[in-house]
Design a protein around this ligand. Structure first.
Ligand code: NAD
Ligand code: TYD
Length: 355
């Protein structure tokens, strides 16, 4: 038995691959294009492990995906591959349209064709799980109830619009072609191996490097934060027991204003790695111009996955954020290779061409 994971060299995907193989001997075929966000150093612990088959390639490459499906006959496809950073989507939406919409469409087409050829039992067991975001629901007023699965889609950034489009395609492939799909919509993740362009790793890195900690606008935008290992556990649970055709919201019941998140990071760093001058890292906070179209608040009602599938996050924000800061302190070399760009050389050496 095997599963095909796309985007498994990115932040959440690599955590998922590592967690999966720590619990199971079921092979993972990992298809990843290794964009700037893909980093095989995240998976160095799996070097030489026959249960991990890495393939460099694009989810939009119909022929490649069809060949992988025919060759390995996975019982499931889990789609993490995406362009994922809102700020990048504002500066250049094209890649988001290509990967998140066109790429997901071509992936679905290849999976649909392969699914059509399966025997009855294999068909019954097959799943296509699409990993999506709470950002598709748009922005909440301060006192509005958290997003449930029936909240209407109101995406506001090119990133969230492209993810919303991919969610709709996945839904349509179920209703039109009978593809057994599952979709998860998760809140902001944090944890090991996150590229330091996102708020939490960026602030940790900049603090230690003596650089400003940029806060967009007034810093009062609210996000729900979930430790990445809890997201991976939710995906495993949905894959195992989710009802076909359903979507599941995943979140940590942990709403925080950005400024509070940064204050928490500063306090933990002050304790674990104090500044040589004895001052707090808070001194480095710098308010900068707001992000255009910045969503004010996200909040997730995770009641459905809790009730139906018995999933609960294992980490609170307080335990998860402390673990995360400690991880970044312990992995200065990884951070250095990412910020210097050296991780790209590693990619070139090991996976220069199509693998
Ligand atoms: P990431 O940017 O860290 O990783 C994305 C991975 O996909 C990279 O390894 C990249 O090389 C790969 N990729 C990009 N385009 C590809 C293509 N065309 N073909 C094959 N591989 C390609 O992203 P992440 O934070 O790990 O997010 C993973 C998924 O989870 C995304 O779909 C994202 O929308 C979703 N999500 C993320 C968060 C979050 O807080 N990070 C929250 C909810 C949902
Ligand atoms: P980010 O990590 O980019 O995730 P997303 O936009 O998907 O929620 O940003 C999280 C929040 O932090 C978001 O409200 C934007 C804000 N932010 C800053 O204030 N400063 C920064 O340097 C970054 C990267 C984000």
């Amino acid at each position: 038995m095997s599963i095909l994971v796309t985007g498994g060299a990115g932040f959440i995907g690599s955590n998922f691959v590592l967690d999966w193989l720590a619990r199971s001997d079921e092979t993972i075929i990992n298809l990843d294009a290794l964009t700037y966000a893909g980093n095989l150093e995240n998976l160095a612990a799996l070097d030489g492990d026959a249960r991990h088959i890495f393939v460099r390639g694009d989810i939009g490459d119909f022929a490649l995906v069809s060949r992988l499906l025919a060759e390995h006959q996975p019982r499931a496809v889990i789609n993490f591959a995406a362009e994922s950073h809102v700020d990048r989507s504002i500066h250049g939406p094209e890649d988001f349209i290509q990967t998140n919409i066109v790429g997901t469409f071509r992936l679905l087409e290849a999976v649909r064709e392969c699914y059509g050829r399966l025997e009855k039992t294999a068909k019954n067991e097959f799943r296509f799980l699409h990993v999506s975001t709470d950002e598709v629901y748009g922005s909440l007023e301060q006192d509005a109830p958290a997003f449930s699965e029936t909240h209407r889609y109101e995406p506001n950034s090119p990133y969230s619009a492209s993810k919303a489009a991919s969610d709709h395609l996945v839904r349509a492939y179920h209703h039109t072609y009978g593809l057994p799909v599952l979709t998860t919509n998760c809140s902001n993740n944090y944890g090991p191996w996150q590229f330091p362009e996102k708020l939490i790793p960026l602030v940790i890195h900049n603090a230690l490097a003596g650089k400003p900690l940029p806060i967009y606008g007034d810093g009062q935008q609210i996000r729900d934060w979930l430790y990445v290992g809890d997201h991976c556990a939710a995906i495993r649970r949905v894959l195992e027991a989710g009802r076909v055709g359903e979507t599941y919201n995943v979140g940590g019941r942990s709403e925080k204003a950005n400024l509070d998140v940064v204050h928490t990071l500063c306090a933990i760093l002050d304790e674990l790695s104090p500044r040589p001058d004895g001052q707090s890292y808070r001194e480095q906070i710098a308010f900068v111009a707001d992000r255009p179209g910045h969503d004010r608040r996200y909040a997730i009602d995770a009641g459905k996955i809790e009730r139906e599938l018995g999933w609960q996050p294992a980490e609170t924000f307080e335990t998860g954020i402390r673990k995360t800061v400690q991880w970044y302190l312990d992995h200065a070399e990884w951070v250095g290779n990412v910020t210097s760009g050296a991780y790209r050389d590693w990619v070139g050496r090991h996976y220069g061409g199509q693998h």
